[in-house]
Design a protein around this ligand. Structure first.
Ligand code: UDP
Length: 317
């Protein structure tokens, strides 16, 4: 198969490149590198089934030759990034999704949209199943990401219904692992780096808000199964083990031996969802998928990667 991955130089995109190459496919990664980095795919340079194209997918996309699948992962994805890049975030979710769907239609490729738990907003139903329509503030700071992804889902379903494109939608819950950007501002890179430096972890608000973190390899397995399945409607892929942000901070401090504790910071500008936990019954039922890597095991694979990165950059002794 010949597979195009938009956002292929990003955290998730680069892991997907690895997976599809390992499965024997030809992979084309496309990225404009505003939040992605060629460092994530440097190990693939020279691979005879891999190609990288630097391109902004909000512009017309041209790829020579046949395509069997398109995975649309291009987008700023951390709250800090999309607050800094609000218009690019809206454009890639809207115009970029339209262009990528157009390419899928023209080539007959199947199309998989990277959607997000953010479509549920600050949820009033807990845990969140795919049938929940969400509780999103369109004009809040997160609206640029949430609404772009909601539009992208609507556009994807429209291409399926009107043009018969074989589409898939994955709603991705908080994911972590090697290759997260050090400065993307999310809780996992922030806490791990602070802990490795022996600093207190910056807990926003009172830390009672919850998230449910999945290790990247579990997500990649779920996406692969969904892509080759027949399921057109959205599927949650996430790890249902929920923890408070404060509890998560304590786990990171325990695993790194950091004794500096936590420091509380004001949360008001972030429009943070108070709770988040995936209901994964659907993924279990139709994909036979469930996470295999628990939080401690995943963090034990992730913390050494951050330590190496920081040492490599001369930021850690
Ligand atoms: N958070 C925190 N300290 C940080 C970064 C994030 O307490 O240094 C909190 C944030 O307020 C949110 C949770 O951790 O409640 C997850 O934030 P993240 O930016 O990783 O992604 P989100 O799940 O909000 O999209």
């Amino acid at each position: 198969m010949r597979i195009l991955i938009t956002g292929g130089a990003g955290f998730l995109g680069s892991h997907l490149c690895d997976r599809f190459l390992a499965d024997g496919h030809d992979v084309i990664a496309m990225d404009n590198l505003i939040t992605g980095s060629t460092a994530n795919i440097a190990h693939l340079a020279g691979h005879d089934r891999f190609r990288f194209i630097k391109h902004d997918v909000t512009d017309y996309i041209y790829v020579e030759g046949a395509l069997d699948a398109i995975l649309h992962f291009a987008s700023p994805a951390s709250p800090v990034d999309y607050l800094e890049l609000p218009i690019q975030t809206l454009k890639v979710g809207a115009l970029g999704t339209h262009k990528a769907l157009g390419l899928a239609r023209a080539t007959g490729a199947r199309f998989l949209l990277a959607s997000t738990s953010e479509v549920y907003g600050d949820p009033q139903i807990h845990p969140q199943s795919e049938s929940y329509y969400g509780h999103v503030n369109p004009i809040g700071p997160r609206g640029v990401y949430d609404e772009a992804k909601r539009f992208a889902e609507a556009m994807t379903m429209a291409y399926h219904r009107s043009h018969g494109v074989a589409t898939r939608i994955v709603r991705i819950f908080n994911t972590y692992g090697p290759r997260m950007r050090l400065r993307d501002g999310r809780v996992v890179p922030n806490f791990i780096q602070q802990a490795l430096r022996g600093e207190p972890l910056t807990v926003y608000g009172d830390g009672a808000q919850t998230r449910s973190f999945q290790y990247v390899d579990d997500l990649v397995e779920g996406i692969t199964r969904l892509l080759w399945s027949d399921e057109v409607e959205p599927v949650n892929i996430g790890n249902p083990t929920e923890s408070t942000v404060l509890g998560f901070a304590e786990t990171i401090n325990a695993l790194t031996g950091n004794t500096a504790g936590v420091i509380f910071r004001d949360l008001r500008t972030r429009d943070d969802p108070q709770v988040r936990q995936p209901d994964i019954d659907k993924a279990r039922r139709i994909l036979g998928w469930q996470p295999q890597i628990d939080l401690v095991a995943g963090l034990r694979r992730t913390i050494p990667w951050f330590r190496d990165e920081l040492r490599h950059r001369g930021e850690l002794a």
